[in-house]
Design a protein around this ligand. Structure first.
Ligand SMILES: NC(=O)c1ccc[n+]([C@@H]2O[C@H](COP(=O)([O-])OP(=O)(O)OC[C@H]3O[C@@H](n4cnc5c(N)ncnc54)[C@H](O)[C@@H]3O)[C@@H](O)[C@H]2O)c1
Ligand SMILES: [Zn+2]
Ligand SMILES: [Zn+2]
Length: 396
């Protein structure tokens, strides 16, 4: 019997490497004939995991984390027809059946059949269907033919693995945020947040042909990272109003496109830079986006936040000035990124050297044993995307 180890959430601020069950090709009592078992090659730590690890969700102790998975197929159910043993594959973080009305139109982030509690599921995530996470050595993936993206060549795949590992979530997520904000050739864009999603979004804006990409954050190291690939930056610890800071860069106090890569744990600007203000990015978006502009919101907002200061925010109700957005005819787009919509074309952008996404988000590869350190450094605001290498296949 193979062994398996994974990263488990213990309590706020603490994760631990535990021996966990080796995955079975099963859904409850039923054999999962459409599923595969993967030997995991790389599995990334995400800002979304941090919401749980900071105690800002109702994640239970013992939850095995991890939804950003790339691996090799080592076992396949009877009904898996097109994915083969030995394939090197990227797993979209959204689990999707491929059979429901939403999957059929490409809305795989809100699949109706994979989570009894609500539309949409993910591996290793609170309220997301109870699927075991993939910050581990092995994981089970259902509906394998539909979900998995096979890399065309294994050796080439391993040569580009630090980039390709980002296809399971943050590269498509950042790209989707940009697309939903209407970014195209010549756009002037503001990206709120210089975490891995914000950086992936900013790099995606360049790929889409934006004229100016402005990134705002309070962490200098992350802003420097954005600068390293040609972004303009705004240091939000300064008191200068955002409109003024934007005008200093592009001559007018507004942008065409705005992407929120922060979410509900947002902090204020200037003297409020240390204070949580969950609606601030959404309100800023309406203030600085031009009339008729669009706002992409990949940043996560929750239906329950036990750590929120006021009662309304504890239920996910935020005070947003919707009247302003209405008056400016803004469009908004929220929700999980439907990874599958983008992962094949973004894979090609990587393999044909159109983008250096691992460099943009500053990938650091670590061992599974080192994952707790990765969580801590990431929480402190390191300008890095931590990629766990559970079988030492990348480092060796
Ligand atoms: N929609 C999706 O499918 C999807 C997928 C992945 C991640 N996410 C979400 O995207 C968000 C970002 O992820 P990440 O991994 O980059 O997280 P992160 O926590 O590393 O980055 C967030 C950054 O925002 C900065 N910030 C805080 N307040 C700000 C403000 N008012 N203005 C600008 N910047 C501010 C922080 O300093 C931090 O650097 C998270 O909410 C995550 O859950 C969503
Ligand atoms: Zn993620
Ligand atoms: Zn579905």
């Amino acid at each position: 019997m193979c062994q398996n180890h994974g990263v488990a959430y213990i309590k706020p601020g603490e994760v631990e490497i535990q021996e966990i069950e080796y995955p079975k090709l099963a859904l409850g009592d039923r054999k999962c004939e459409h599923g595969v078992i993967l030997k995991i090659v790389s599995t990334n730590i995400c800002g979304s995991d941090q919401h749980m690890v900071r105690g800002r969700t109702t994640a239970p102790a013992g939850l095995v984390l991890g939804h950003e998975i790339t691996g090799i197929v080592i076992e396949a159910g009877r009904d898996v027809e097109f994915i083969k043993m030995g394939d090197l594959v990227s797993v979209p973080f959204n689990i999707a059946c491929g059979r429901c009305r939403n999957c059929k139109v490409g809305q795989t982030g809100i699949c109706l059949n994979v989570n009894p509690a609500r539309p949409g599921a993910a591996y290793g995530y609170v309220d997301m269907g109870g699927w075991v996470g993939g910050q581990a050595e092995y994981v089970m993936v259902p509906y394998a033919d539909f979900n998995l993206l096979k890399f065309p060549d294994k050796d080439q795949g391993m040569a580009y693995i630090k980039d390709l590992t980002l296809l399971s979530d943050i590269f498509p997520t950042g790209f989707h945020g940009a697309v939903m904000a209407g970014v195209g050739p010549g756009s002037i864009v503001y990206v709120a947040g210089a975490g891995p999603v914000g950086l992936a979004c900013a790099a995606s804006c360049h790929l889409l042909g934006a004229a100016v990409v402005i990134v705002g954050d309070m962490i200098q190291e992350r802003l420097d990272q954005a600068k390293s690939f040609g972004c303009e930056v705004i240091d939000l610890t300064k008191d200068t109003p955002l409109e003024q800071a934007i005008a200093a860069i592009v001559g007018v106090p507004e942008v065409d496109c705005f992407v929120d890569c922060v979410g509900f744990e947002a902090r204020g600007h200037g003297s409020n830079a240390g204070t949580e203000m969950p609606a601030t990015v959404l309100n800023t978006a309406m203030a600085v986006t031009r009339a008729g502009g669009a706002i992409g919101i990949p940043g996560l907002y929750v239906t329950g936040d036990p750590g929120a200061k006021d009662k309304a925010a504890q239920e996910g109700s935020l005070s947003i000035r919707i009247g302003l957005g209405w008056a400016k005819s803004h469009s908004f787009y929220t929700g999980q990124c439907p990874v599958m919509k983008y992962h094949r074309s973004l894979m090609n952008a990587i393999l044909y050297d159109k983008i250096k996404i691992a460099k943009a988000v500053n990938v650091e590869v670590i061992t599974l044993q080192d994952a707790p350190r990765g969580y801590k450094d990431f929480d402190k605001g390191a300008a890095k995307k931590f990629v766990i290498d559970p079988h030492n296949m990348i480092m060796n």
